[in-house]
Ligand binder design. Structure first.
Ligand code: PXP
Length: 254
């Protein structure tokens, strides 16, 4: 039976517009300017990661973007008291909790929800009271997804990073195993009434696989889009990514 699911939402992560700005310590390129361009391109949301070390997005960016866009804003952050204060103060539409280590180049792995279950339960409560949608960024492991549901998350964002790396390395056996894990995790999560998102490392090639997972409702993509925009411009890049997602979704009859 063909399962009808609505079009996968595309959230664009704009962290690396800020990376470019911060490399020179100037005020351009302005992430808010990118948000305004993305509004015209009709993306479905803006994602930004306010890291503890403020290496790209800074507090002022979050404040200005939440105030000045009509697009849903998804704030990625670590589960710290400082970030909880910022989120409950600024009230983005959504928060995605991610693990964070200072020495990492980008988010590595997913949250260990199981070992932080009690802490996360009380962390999520004030966010829910502000009606902020909370997702947990997790590896495609059923036990972590079960724990995400127990702590009260309504969304899990499956970490597609390992799959994307293996695909680029052309490690076929391994990427097929990882893809199977993602497929099973998405199916399992949906059965627990969790909304299923995906993100990390996605490119035109890897998105073809991930958008074909029937339970997928939102993809958050950043580094590749900003990188491609250097050559092709952001309009063409978003258009092409959108097409890859739509084609892949249609090809499996979602
Ligand atoms: N989703 C999450 C939870 C992330 O941490 C990131 C990176 O900040 C992304 C999506 C976007 O990943 P990429 O920049 O590799 O597309």
């Amino acid at each position: 039976m063909i399962k009808k699911v609505s079009r996968i939402r595309l959230g664009v992560n704009i962290d690396h517009v800020a990376t470019l700005r911060n490399a020179r310590g100037t005020f351009y390129p302005d992430p808010l300017k990118m948000v305004k361009v993305l509004e015209k391109l009709r993306v479905d949301g803006i994602t930004l990661h306010l890291r503890e070390d403020r290496r790209h997005i800074i507090d002022k960016d979050v404040i200005r973007i939440i105030k000045e866009t009509n697009l849903p804003v998804n704030l990625e952050m670590a589960a710290t008291e400082e970030m909880l204060g910022i989120a409950t103060d600024l009230v983005p539409n959504a928060v995605c909790l991610v693990p964070e280590r200072r020495e990492e180049r980008t988010t590595e792995g997913g949250l260990d929800v199981i070992s932080e279950e009690e802490k996360l339960k009380s962390f999520l409560q004030p966010l829910a009271e502000k009606k902020i949608r909370v997702s947990l960024f997790v590896s495609p492991e059923l036990k972590q997804i079960e724990a995400a549901s127990r702590v009260g998350a309504t969304v899990v964002e499956l970490n597609t990073g390992t799959f994307c790396d293996l695909l680029i390395a052309e490690e076929k056996e391994k990427y097929l195993v990882e893809f199977e894990k993602l497929t099973k995790a998405a199916n399992f999560g949906q059965k627990l009434d969790l909304e299923i998102h995906g993100g990390h490392g996605l490119t035109y090639e890897s998105v073809k696989y991930i958008a074909a997972i029937p339970e997928m409702t939102e993809l958050n993509i950043g580094h590749f889009l900003i990188s491609e925009a250097v050559f092709d411009g952001i309009e063409k890049t978003i258009y092409k990514m959108r097409q890859e997602i739509d084609n892949s979704q249609q090809s499996v009859g979602n």
